[in-house]
Design a protein around this ligand. Structure first.
Ligand SMILES: Nc1ncnc2c1ncn2[C@@H]1O[C@H](COP(=O)(O)OP(=O)(O)O)[C@@H](O)[C@H]1O
Ligand SMILES: [Mg+2]
Length: 223
């Protein structure tokens, strides 16, 4: 589902190459749940961004569903991402001043789905994320946990096979974090491929099948 081959990412600072990701090799099978664990600054967000095609590698290759996402032209990339990849960000990244329903519709615009069908799908996704009763509320009218559910709905709306979560519980209290983990479990049972970047210790005791991959200073740690 996700194949990462000899991936490097560096920034040139004062003519010096600073490696953020160093020769990453990783294979993630369809239906796997991978917990990408590492302290702040270890490279988690950079790796997820490259898998999502939001950032480009310096060298190496990333395949998603057999497609070399790191090499797709931007024009195809946004449609590909909208259909195949759902992303849940640390700070939710919802559009303010726009209802949760409209927020959930956004990926379908990139996927060129008609408005009526898009609305239906968005309502459905809000239902799966357990937040359809707040469909007409804007993010500023919602709690952190509710915004998180809105973000999950947006990630699910196009029925993607791959779901990427970046520190999804960083802004949640324990109850909402546990509820997020429950949602993750349901998505896992639905057969979704999931990657969660986190340093939250709650993910150390998941009661469903998963694989922990540790990253330290841009290197994958052998386990
Ligand atoms: N645009 C950039 N220019 C230079 N360094 C960057 C840039 N973006 C990220 N970094 C560096 O890359 C490293 C990894 O960052 P990140 O992937 O955000 O880590 P994590 O998500 O694990 O906290 C950090 O040391 C960070 O300072
Ligand atoms: Mg990060």
């Amino acid at each position: 589902m996700v194949t990462i081959e000899n991936l490097n990412k560096f920034y040139e600072i004062d003519g010096q190459k600073q490696y953020v990701l160093n020769d990453i090799k990783l294979n993630i099978q369809k239906g796997e749940c991978v917990i990408l664990k590492g302290v702040s600054g270890s490279g988690k967000t950079t790796l997820l961004s490259i898998i999502a095609g939001l950032d480009k590698p310096s060298s190496g290759k990333v395949l998603v569903n057999g497609e070399p996402i790191s090499k797709l032209p931007d024009m195809h990339l946004s449609a590909f991402r909208a259909e195949k990849i759902g992303i849940v960000f640390q700070n939710f990244n919802l559009l303010d001043g726009v209802s949760l329903l409209d927020n959930a519709i956004v990926p379908l615009v990139a996927a060129k789905v008609g408005l009526k069908e898009a609305k239906q799908k968005a309502l459905n996704a809000l239902k799966v994320a357990n937040i359809e009763h707040k469909a007409n509320k804007t993010p500023s009218e919602l709690s952190g946990g509710e915004k998180q559910r809105g973000a999950i709905a947006r990630a699910l709306v196009a029925n993607p096979n791959l779901i990427l979560c970046d520190e999804p519980t960083a802004n949640l209290d324990i109850a909402n974090s546990l509820s997020f983990i429950q949602t993750l479990k349901e998505l896992h049972h639905m057969g979704k491929t999931i990657i969660v970047a986190t340093h939250d210790s709650l993910f150390e005791e998941l009661d469903f099948k998963h694989r922990v991959v540790e990253i330290s200073q841009g290197l994958l740690v052998d386990s």
